[in-house]
Design a protein around this ligand. Structure first.
Ligand SMILES: [Zn+2]
Length: 313
Protein backbone atom coordinates (compact mmCIF):
# COMPACT_ATOMS: atom_id res chain seq x y z
CA UNK A 1 0.00 0.00 0.00
CA UNK A 2 1.52 3.27 -1.10
CA UNK A 3 -0.26 6.40 -0.01
CA UNK A 4 -0.34 10.14 -0.53
CA UNK A 5 -1.08 10.61 3.17
CA UNK A 6 1.82 12.03 5.13
CA UNK A 7 2.52 13.70 8.46
CA UNK A 8 1.93 17.20 7.07
CA UNK A 9 -1.48 16.34 5.54
CA UNK A 10 -2.54 14.57 8.75
CA UNK A 11 -1.44 17.51 10.93
CA UNK A 12 -3.26 19.93 8.62
CA UNK A 13 -6.48 17.87 8.81
CA UNK A 14 -6.36 18.06 12.62
CA UNK A 15 -5.94 21.86 12.53
CA UNK A 16 -8.79 22.25 10.01
CA UNK A 17 -11.19 20.02 11.95
CA UNK A 18 -10.40 21.79 15.23
CA UNK A 19 -11.58 25.04 13.64
CA UNK A 20 -14.58 23.85 11.62
CA UNK A 21 -16.01 21.26 14.05
CA UNK A 22 -16.85 22.94 17.40
CA UNK A 23 -17.18 19.76 19.48
CA UNK A 24 -13.89 18.44 18.12
CA UNK A 25 -12.18 21.79 18.75
CA UNK A 26 -13.46 21.96 22.34
CA UNK A 27 -12.22 18.44 23.07
CA UNK A 28 -8.74 19.15 21.68
CA UNK A 29 -8.65 22.44 23.64
CA UNK A 30 -9.72 20.64 26.84
CA UNK A 31 -6.82 18.24 26.40
CA UNK A 32 -4.38 21.10 27.02
CA UNK A 33 -5.70 21.50 30.58
CA UNK A 34 -6.11 17.82 31.29
CA UNK A 35 -4.77 16.57 34.64
CA UNK A 36 -1.92 14.08 34.48
CA UNK A 37 0.01 12.24 37.18
CA UNK A 38 2.92 9.81 36.95
CA UNK A 39 3.23 6.33 38.42
CA UNK A 40 6.58 4.55 38.53
CA UNK A 41 6.42 0.89 37.55
CA UNK A 42 9.51 -1.34 37.31
CA UNK A 43 11.48 -0.14 34.28
CA UNK A 44 8.80 2.20 32.91
CA UNK A 45 6.96 5.34 33.99
CA UNK A 46 3.21 5.32 33.38
CA UNK A 47 1.13 8.47 33.08
CA UNK A 48 -2.48 8.66 34.27
CA UNK A 49 -4.70 11.06 32.32
CA UNK A 50 -8.00 12.33 33.77
CA UNK A 51 -10.03 12.58 30.57
CA UNK A 52 -13.83 12.89 31.09
CA UNK A 53 -14.33 12.99 27.30
CA UNK A 54 -13.42 9.30 27.16
CA UNK A 55 -16.33 8.09 29.32
CA UNK A 56 -18.23 6.78 26.29
CA UNK A 57 -15.27 4.69 25.20
CA UNK A 58 -14.15 3.39 28.61
CA UNK A 59 -17.73 2.65 29.62
CA UNK A 60 -18.72 1.27 26.22
CA UNK A 61 -20.88 -1.80 26.02
CA UNK A 62 -19.10 -3.96 23.46
CA UNK A 63 -21.24 -7.09 23.62
CA UNK A 64 -22.61 -8.34 20.29
CA UNK A 65 -26.16 -7.17 21.05
CA UNK A 66 -25.20 -3.62 22.01
CA UNK A 67 -22.94 -3.36 18.96
CA UNK A 68 -25.62 -4.64 16.58
CA UNK A 69 -28.16 -2.14 17.91
CA UNK A 70 -26.14 1.07 17.49
CA UNK A 71 -25.39 2.88 14.22
CA UNK A 72 -21.69 2.31 13.47
CA UNK A 73 -19.87 5.62 14.03
CA UNK A 74 -17.04 4.60 11.67
CA UNK A 75 -19.26 3.98 8.62
CA UNK A 76 -19.22 6.96 6.27
CA UNK A 77 -23.01 7.21 6.10
CA UNK A 78 -23.27 7.63 9.89
CA UNK A 79 -20.42 10.12 10.32
CA UNK A 80 -21.34 13.78 10.88
CA UNK A 81 -21.17 15.92 7.72
CA UNK A 82 -18.55 18.12 9.36
CA UNK A 83 -16.16 15.18 9.79
CA UNK A 84 -13.85 15.16 6.77
CA UNK A 85 -11.40 12.47 5.88
CA UNK A 86 -8.37 11.87 3.69
CA UNK A 87 -8.55 8.86 1.41
CA UNK A 88 -5.79 6.27 1.79
CA UNK A 89 -5.54 4.32 -1.45
CA UNK A 90 -9.32 3.82 -1.62
CA UNK A 91 -9.02 1.34 1.27
CA UNK A 92 -8.90 3.38 4.46
CA UNK A 93 -9.90 6.92 5.46
CA UNK A 94 -7.83 9.10 7.75
CA UNK A 95 -10.11 10.87 10.27
CA UNK A 96 -9.49 13.11 13.26
CA UNK A 97 -10.53 11.42 16.51
CA UNK A 98 -12.99 13.91 18.05
CA UNK A 99 -12.43 12.40 21.54
CA UNK A 100 -8.65 12.73 21.70
CA UNK A 101 -6.16 11.31 24.16
CA UNK A 102 -3.09 12.42 22.19
CA UNK A 103 -2.39 16.08 21.26
CA UNK A 104 -2.61 14.71 17.68
CA UNK A 105 -5.06 11.81 17.46
CA UNK A 106 -6.37 10.08 14.34
CA UNK A 107 -8.75 7.21 13.62
CA UNK A 108 -8.16 5.25 10.40
CA UNK A 109 -11.17 3.04 9.53
CA UNK A 110 -11.36 0.59 6.65
CA UNK A 111 -13.72 1.91 3.97
CA UNK A 112 -16.00 -1.10 4.42
CA UNK A 113 -17.89 -2.28 7.50
CA UNK A 114 -15.82 -5.38 8.21
CA UNK A 115 -14.87 -6.92 11.59
CA UNK A 116 -11.83 -5.77 13.57
CA UNK A 117 -9.09 -8.29 12.65
CA UNK A 118 -5.33 -7.85 12.33
CA UNK A 119 -4.53 -10.86 10.11
CA UNK A 120 -3.44 -9.65 6.65
CA UNK A 121 -3.20 -6.01 7.80
CA UNK A 122 0.43 -5.83 8.95
CA UNK A 123 1.70 -4.35 5.67
CA UNK A 124 -1.09 -1.75 5.98
CA UNK A 125 -0.24 -0.71 9.53
CA UNK A 126 3.46 -0.53 8.63
CA UNK A 127 2.75 1.53 5.49
CA UNK A 128 0.79 3.95 7.66
CA UNK A 129 3.64 4.09 10.19
CA UNK A 130 6.11 4.84 7.38
CA UNK A 131 3.82 7.51 5.85
CA UNK A 132 2.99 9.13 9.20
CA UNK A 133 6.48 9.61 10.58
CA UNK A 134 6.20 11.04 14.10
CA UNK A 135 3.03 9.06 14.79
CA UNK A 136 2.61 5.67 16.44
CA UNK A 137 -0.12 3.61 14.71
CA UNK A 138 -2.02 1.18 16.88
CA UNK A 139 -4.54 -1.66 16.74
CA UNK A 140 -6.89 -2.69 19.53
CA UNK A 141 -8.24 -6.22 19.21
CA UNK A 142 -12.04 -6.67 19.25
CA UNK A 143 -11.97 -7.52 22.97
CA UNK A 144 -8.89 -5.47 23.81
CA UNK A 145 -10.16 -1.91 23.82
CA UNK A 146 -11.70 -1.43 20.37
CA UNK A 147 -14.93 0.50 20.81
CA UNK A 148 -16.04 -0.54 17.30
CA UNK A 149 -15.15 -4.27 17.20
CA UNK A 150 -17.42 -4.65 14.17
CA UNK A 151 -15.59 -2.09 11.98
CA UNK A 152 -11.89 -2.53 11.22
CA UNK A 153 -9.83 0.52 12.22
CA UNK A 154 -6.43 1.66 13.35
CA UNK A 155 -5.66 4.76 15.41
CA UNK A 156 -2.63 7.04 15.43
CA UNK A 157 -1.12 9.49 17.91
CA UNK A 158 2.13 11.37 18.60
CA UNK A 159 4.96 8.84 18.70
CA UNK A 160 6.62 10.40 21.77
CA UNK A 161 3.47 10.25 23.90
CA UNK A 162 3.60 6.60 25.00
CA UNK A 163 6.37 5.49 27.36
CA UNK A 164 6.40 1.76 26.56
CA UNK A 165 8.21 1.94 23.18
CA UNK A 166 11.25 3.73 24.67
CA UNK A 167 11.29 1.32 27.63
CA UNK A 168 11.15 -1.67 25.25
CA UNK A 169 14.04 -0.13 23.31
CA UNK A 170 16.23 -0.14 26.44
CA UNK A 171 15.09 -3.52 27.79
CA UNK A 172 16.82 -6.83 27.05
CA UNK A 173 15.21 -8.82 24.22
CA UNK A 174 15.68 -12.43 23.21
CA UNK A 175 15.50 -13.49 19.55
CA UNK A 176 12.73 -16.02 18.86
CA UNK A 177 12.64 -16.31 15.05
CA UNK A 178 13.64 -14.58 11.81
CA UNK A 179 12.15 -14.26 8.34
CA UNK A 180 14.03 -12.43 5.58
CA UNK A 181 14.84 -8.97 6.97
CA UNK A 182 12.50 -9.45 9.95
CA UNK A 183 13.41 -10.49 13.48
CA UNK A 184 10.95 -11.56 16.20
CA UNK A 185 12.12 -10.89 19.75
CA UNK A 186 10.63 -11.50 23.16
CA UNK A 187 10.78 -8.81 25.85
CA UNK A 188 9.88 -10.04 29.35
CA UNK A 189 11.85 -7.52 31.41
CA UNK A 190 9.00 -5.01 31.76
CA UNK A 191 5.66 -5.42 33.57
CA UNK A 192 3.88 -5.45 30.15
CA UNK A 193 5.46 -8.41 28.34
CA UNK A 194 5.70 -8.02 24.59
CA UNK A 195 6.90 -9.42 21.30
CA UNK A 196 8.91 -7.07 19.07
CA UNK A 197 9.20 -7.45 15.29
CA UNK A 198 11.81 -5.32 13.53
CA UNK A 199 12.02 -5.41 9.73
CA UNK A 200 13.32 -3.54 6.71
CA UNK A 201 10.57 -4.95 4.47
CA UNK A 202 6.90 -4.96 5.48
CA UNK A 203 6.24 -8.28 3.71
CA UNK A 204 8.83 -9.98 5.93
CA UNK A 205 7.20 -8.49 9.04
CA UNK A 206 3.79 -9.69 7.85
CA UNK A 207 5.08 -13.24 7.29
CA UNK A 208 6.79 -13.35 10.69
CA UNK A 209 3.73 -11.88 12.40
CA UNK A 210 1.66 -14.64 10.77
CA UNK A 211 3.90 -17.24 12.44
CA UNK A 212 3.49 -15.48 15.79
CA UNK A 213 -0.29 -15.24 15.32
CA UNK A 214 -0.48 -18.98 14.62
CA UNK A 215 1.27 -19.63 17.95
CA UNK A 216 -1.07 -17.44 20.02
CA UNK A 217 -4.04 -19.15 21.70
CA UNK A 218 -7.54 -18.09 20.63
CA UNK A 219 -10.01 -18.06 23.50
CA UNK A 220 -13.31 -19.91 23.18
CA UNK A 221 -15.91 -17.72 21.47
CA UNK A 222 -13.22 -15.42 19.99
CA UNK A 223 -12.09 -15.29 16.37
CA UNK A 224 -8.66 -13.81 16.99
CA UNK A 225 -6.00 -14.09 19.68
CA UNK A 226 -6.35 -11.19 22.12
CA UNK A 227 -3.78 -8.45 21.54
CA UNK A 228 -2.85 -4.82 21.14
CA UNK A 229 -0.31 -3.82 18.48
CA UNK A 230 1.82 -0.67 18.16
CA UNK A 231 3.64 0.15 14.90
CA UNK A 232 6.26 2.80 14.32
CA UNK A 233 8.89 3.93 11.84
CA UNK A 234 12.47 3.47 13.02
CA UNK A 235 15.74 5.13 12.00
CA UNK A 236 17.32 4.04 8.71
CA UNK A 237 14.02 3.10 7.09
CA UNK A 238 13.28 0.12 9.31
CA UNK A 239 9.97 -0.45 11.06
CA UNK A 240 8.88 -1.94 14.37
CA UNK A 241 5.81 -3.74 15.68
CA UNK A 242 5.26 -4.15 19.42
CA UNK A 243 2.73 -6.93 20.03
CA UNK A 244 1.08 -7.05 23.48
CA UNK A 245 -0.65 -10.43 23.91
CA UNK A 246 -3.67 -10.30 26.25
CA UNK A 247 -5.75 -12.76 28.25
CA UNK A 248 -8.50 -10.52 29.59
CA UNK A 249 -10.62 -7.64 28.28
CA UNK A 250 -11.03 -5.62 31.48
CA UNK A 251 -9.61 -6.01 35.01
CA UNK A 252 -11.63 -7.62 37.81
CA UNK A 253 -12.01 -4.19 39.44
CA UNK A 254 -13.56 -2.67 36.29
CA UNK A 255 -16.81 -0.89 37.09
CA UNK A 256 -18.44 2.19 38.53
CA UNK A 257 -19.96 0.93 41.78
CA UNK A 258 -18.61 -0.86 44.81
CA UNK A 259 -15.41 -0.51 46.82
CA UNK A 260 -12.23 -0.51 44.76
CA UNK A 261 -14.05 -0.28 41.42
CA UNK A 262 -12.45 1.85 38.73
CA UNK A 263 -13.51 2.69 35.19
CA UNK A 264 -10.29 1.68 33.43
CA UNK A 265 -10.66 -0.29 30.19
CA UNK A 266 -7.15 -1.07 28.97
CA UNK A 267 -6.29 -0.66 25.28
CA UNK A 268 -3.05 0.03 23.36
CA UNK A 269 -2.71 3.51 24.86
CA UNK A 270 -3.12 2.36 28.47
CA UNK A 271 -0.74 -0.59 28.16
CA UNK A 272 1.57 1.66 26.13
CA UNK A 273 2.01 3.79 29.25
CA UNK A 274 -0.90 6.25 29.41
CA UNK A 275 -3.76 5.08 31.65
CA UNK A 276 -7.04 6.84 30.84
CA UNK A 277 -9.42 7.57 33.72
CA UNK A 278 -12.68 9.26 32.66
CA UNK A 279 -13.74 9.67 36.33
CA UNK A 280 -11.88 12.04 38.65
CA UNK A 281 -12.22 9.76 41.69
CA UNK A 282 -10.37 6.99 39.80
CA UNK A 283 -7.69 9.45 38.70
CA UNK A 284 -7.14 10.48 42.33
CA UNK A 285 -7.09 6.99 43.81
CA UNK A 286 -5.30 4.84 41.23
CA UNK A 287 -1.85 3.65 42.35
CA UNK A 288 1.09 1.86 40.74
CA UNK A 289 -0.07 -1.31 42.56
CA UNK A 290 -3.49 -1.04 40.86
CA UNK A 291 -1.81 -0.78 37.46
CA UNK A 292 0.43 -3.76 38.22
CA UNK A 293 -2.71 -5.72 39.14
CA UNK A 294 -4.42 -4.66 35.91
CA UNK A 295 -1.37 -5.76 33.91
CA UNK A 296 -1.18 -9.09 35.80
CA UNK A 297 -4.83 -9.78 35.06
CA UNK A 298 -5.03 -8.58 31.45
CA UNK A 299 -1.55 -9.36 30.04
CA UNK A 300 0.56 -12.51 30.00
CA UNK A 301 2.91 -13.72 32.71
CA UNK A 302 6.40 -14.96 31.86
CA UNK A 303 5.36 -18.59 31.52
CA UNK A 304 2.38 -17.79 29.29
CA UNK A 305 4.36 -15.61 26.89
CA UNK A 306 7.25 -18.12 26.84
CA UNK A 307 4.75 -20.84 25.83
CA UNK A 308 3.80 -18.74 22.77
CA UNK A 309 7.46 -18.10 21.90
CA UNK A 310 8.17 -21.84 22.02
CA UNK A 311 5.28 -22.50 19.61
CA UNK A 312 6.48 -20.11 16.89
CA UNK A 313 7.46 -22.32 13.95
ZN1 LIG B 1 -19.11 0.54 10.27
Amino acid sequence: MSTTVNTATADRLIEQQRHEWPMCGRNFDALQQVRVKELQLPGVTFKVQFNPGRIASSGAKVDAKAIAERPCFLCERNRPDVQRGIDVEGRYTLLVNPFPIFPRHLTIPDNTHTPQRIAGRITDILALAAALDGYVIFYNGPRCGASAPDHMHFQAGNADFLSLPAAVDKAPQETVATEGTATLKLCTALPVRTFVIDAARAADAEALFGRLLAAMPVREGDEEAMMNVLAMARPHGTMRLIVIPRKRHRPSFYGTEGPGCMLISPASVDLGGVIITPREADFESVTAADIMRLIDECCLNEQEINNIARNVH
